[in-house]
Design a protein around this ligand. Structure first.
Ligand SMILES: [Zn+2]
Length: 139
């Protein structure tokens, strides 16, 4: 597959680039964790630093992520807790629940409708290792 910009043959699909870089992180993590045994905190920190320096390319070529429901759930839970309060607190709790429900609904819509096509686009994306261009080409 030739790069449309510089005609280099040195191109790879983003998925391949991403999995290449990600495997490096996993390997490092296992090695460090095994060597240090109980020093879990230190091992984790080392893994993170090493992983980042190894996988800048992998980070750039990461697939589109789905929206998390964490924020929506937190709003919802806080809202429910505040509903137990009085007057303005309960009203605010109601607003938080409404906001949480709306956010959750929006994220659900994104994950089920927009994300699949973004992901498909990512699957069809190529990276040129010579000039760094990413471009779309359905396989
Ligand atoms: Zn190129």
């Amino acid at each position: 597959m030739q790069c449309p910009k510089c005609n280099s043959e040195n191109t790879q699909r983003l998925e391949v680039v991403f999995h290449g870089g990600t495997q490096e992180i996993n390997t490092t993590g296992t090695t460090v964790g095994g060597a240090h045994g109980g020093a879990f905190g230190i091992g984790g920190a080392v893994t993170k630093t090493k992983g980042q320096s190894q996988s800048i390319l992998a980070q750039k070529s990461a697939p589109p992520s789905k929206k998390s429901f964490k924020a929506a759930v937190i709003l919802f839970v806080i809202g429910i807790l505040m509903l137990g309060g009085q007057g303005a607190t309960a009203f605010l709790g109601f607003l938080l629940i409404a906001a949480g429900a709306y956010l959750g609904y929006k994220n659900f819509q994104f994950n089920s409708k927009e994300w699949p096509s973004l992901y498909q686009q990512w699957l069809d994306s190529w990276l040129c290792h010579k000039c760094g261009t990413t471009y779309h080409h359905a396989v």
